[in-house]
Design a protein around this ligand. Sequence first.
Ligand code: HEC
Length: 123
Amino acid sequence: MAIVVITLLFGACKYDFILPEEIPDPNDPNTDEVKFSEQVLPIFTNNNNCTACHDTGGQIPDLTAGNAYNAINNTRYLNSVNPEQSRIYTVAHPDTDGHKQKKYTATQAAVILTWIKQGAKNN
Ligand code: HEC
């Protein structure tokens, strides 16, 4: 019984250390670096969010884990001069009605834009 109680207490304490998900601010040059592999790619692949259609041999760009970076690392999808005009950001942006199949959440859009503004690294 004591072990169960201690385990529960320990388990309960752990939750106190989980921080709420941070939303990066694309306009803050000091915002934490967004990692493509950890933050951008999961937007495309988790629950087949985008890869349901944007898979290899399917709709372009191919947003699957092994191909997404190379598929979007070009001037069709990224605009390094005007990051807000990058197609990978605008097409699925929640405020546009171009791509009705799927939209980013506001948080996901902020993650994508911050990543582009930070140089769209394969990090
Ligand atoms: C249900 C299928 C489907 C899903 C899911 C989907 N898309 Fe698409 N997407 C399409 C189709 C079809 C097109 C081409 C026609 C159009 O633009 O509506 C397209 C076009 C695009 C384009 C423009 C491609 C180009 O070269 O012009 C981008 C960028 C894009 N999608 C990004 C995304 C992202 C990011 C997600 C996930 C948030 C996503 N899509 C989810 C079907 C889908």
